[in-house]
Design a protein around this ligand. Structure first.
Ligand code: APR
Length: 232
């Protein structure tokens, strides 16, 4: 059975109460990206950035996985082929919904990284400015989240998965941030059937063979049910 590679974005967590970035009232209408999601912003005002991620960590801690997260976990369990979930999201709702091996290409809110020695550990609920690194003791702790201008994680692994994909699905992403927005091109090169599921068409919707517009808690369970029906 075909290998399925799935890319998710903030839209899959929207119905769990976590804000998206570019929708009406989204996070980027409340904060400037350059202030809270760049290394320069962190250097300029670490308190603002730690506060931004502490708030998102607290919000994510109170969120529950929704029917879309749970449907993807069901697909991973019941599909006879490999199902790989790549997410741009830094929340842990895929895992809470039962998925495994999720590749968080933009990092995770639960991760802490030392800007000095590269050590990683589980982030505290509230990360303070100048938090010391448990390994080198220098006051260089930061959220282990990939900021603009930084290299996303797992890129080699992701491209290897895309080159073997028979089906590629992009769920809840606006297709405005690369390299994720370019994954559909890789999947097309591999001959994969590409389907987009989003509330609004993404910036790369024309590159998909199929689009299912609507809320993820409706479109994703229906899509998974059809696939599992086909698998018999
Ligand atoms: N169901 C399905 N899709 C939804 C829903 C929903 N309930 N609500 C919103 N969407 C869709 C929107 O139509 C849009 O296409 O989710 C997408 C959200 O787009 P963005 O806010 O741009 O989020 P995303 O694509 O994940 O952003 C990518 O940008 O700022 C960076 O690092 C950040 O990972 C993020 C990256």
């Amino acid at each position: 059975m075909e290998k399925i590679v799935i890319l998710t974005g903030a839209g899959i967590s929207a119905e769990s109460g976590l804000g998206t970035f570019r929708d009406e009232g989204g996070l980027w209408s409340q904060h400037r990206i350059e202030d809270v999601a760049t290394p320069e912003g962190f250097a300029r005002d670490p308190a603002l950035v730690q506060g931004f991620y502490n708030a998102r960590r607290a919000q994510a801690a109170g969120a529950r996985p929704n029917a879309a997260h749970e449907a993807l976990a069901r697909l991973q369990r019941d599909w006879p082929g490999e199902v790989v979930i790549v997410t741009q999201n830094v929340d842990a709702l895929h895992e809470a919904g039962g998925a495994d091996g999720v590749l968080h290409m933009h990092g995770t809110l639960s991760g802490a990284l030392c800007g000095a020695c590269g050590h990683r550990w589980v982030a505290p609920e509230e990360m303070a400015v100048g938090e010391p690194c448990p390994a080198c003791a220098r006051p260089a702790a930061r959220p282990d989240v990939v900021w603009f201008g930084e290299m996303p994680y797992y890129m080699d692994e992701i491209f290897a998965h895309l080159s073997g994909a028979g089906i590629f699905a992009a769920i809840g992403t606006s297709g405005q941030v690369y390299p994720a927005a370019g994954f559909v091109e890789e999947a097309r090169q591999a001959g994969a059937h590409c389907v987009e599921m989003s509330l609004e068409p993404s910036a790369v919707v024309t590159r998909f063979h199929e689009t299912r517009q609507g809320r993820a808690t409706e479109t994703v369970p229906a899509w998974v049910a059809e696939l599992l029906e086909r698998a018999g």
